[in-house]
Design a protein around this ligand. Structure first.
Ligand code: FPP
Length: 255
């Protein structure tokens, strides 16, 4: 049965430009590479950090919309293991964003039953960043709604290497046999843990690459790219991406 999302939601959407979304095939997990903050700012003669600041506001809107549409997991690539190469001032600004965001939004996230998680390497993160994220994780641990998973100091290759080393150590110490190593086991040892693989990957800003993001988990994800810069990405763009996803046939290598 195909039910019309907007019929179900009535007039609650202020931007209900997409009449074709169906409720029965909303991606369970959407992962987003939020790109183009710097170029958005440059186009306006603003410093790059202004793009990141506006990008943070987009995060809020997209979290609310994803939740409203029934998405179960939303993973946002907020800082990669390669982003440390950026100028010191920009890195410092980026590190302050999770704290700033959570200071303003945590209360509403709790009200909306959102569960905050982090996927990334904790070392090197300043204590104010880590503390803010850990506080949000603790306060929302029992929430059962949308899982908002921040990829922070995250790198896909490093994630796989560390999982492989951990498995190798288990084999060496006799806790595991090589026969027990399968896709499920490796998946469970990745930073994404029990979160299912993304159904849909969105990347903004016109770049067509993965940039070391969820390399294992994205094996069979549908991908949707847009030229729109992240600070100007709206609820309607998210709806468009989901609509396109709903028109695709996922075959996982079969027919
Ligand atoms: C890539 O754009 C974006 C980032 C490296 C940072 C993304 C961070 C946010 C959108 C804000 C995060 C908010 C929270 C709450 C953690 P870019 O700077 O590489 O853009 P460019 O390619 O145009 O230079």
């Amino acid at each position: 049965m195909i039910s019309r999302l907007w019929a179900k939601l009535g007039k609650s959407s202020s931007q209900a430009a997409e009449p074709f979304l169906t409720t029965d095939n909303v991606p369970e997990h959407i992962a987003i590479i939020m790109d183009g903050n710097g170029r958005w700012a440059k186009k306006r003669g603003l410093p790059r950090i202004a793009g990141h600041h506006t990008g943070m506001k987009t995060v809020k809107r997209i979290v609310i919309e994803a939740d409203r549409l029934g998405v179960k997991y939303l993973t946002l690539y907020a800082f990669s293991t390669e982003n440390w190469k950026r100028p010191k001032d920009e890195v410092e600004f980026l590190m302050k964003l999770p704290q700033q965001f959570l200071e303003i939004e945590l209360e509403e996230l709790i009200e909306k039953n959102v569960q905050v998680r982090m996927m990334g390497h904790k070392e090197n993160l300043p204590s104010f960043t880590l503390n803010a994220v850990e506080e949000a994780i603790t306060k929302t641990a029992n929430n059962t709604g949308l899982v908002l998973n921040f990829a922070l100091n995250y790198g896909g290759r490093r994630e796989m290497l560390e999982a492989i080393k951990e498995i190798a150590a288990d084999v060496q110490d006799g806790r595991l046999s090589t026969e027990q190593i399968d896709e499920k086991l490796l998946s469970s040892r990745l930073l994404s843990g029990d979160i299912p693989d993304p159904d849909l990957l969105i990347r903004t800003s016109g770049e067509l690459r993965l940039s070391n993001f969820m390399l294992w988990q994205l094996a069979y994800s549908e991908m949707w790219f847009t030229n729109v810069y992240w600070p100007e990405f709206t609820e309607v763009h998210l709806q468009e991406a989901i609509h396109e996803y709903q028109r695709r046939a996922r075959r996982y290598g079969g027919l």
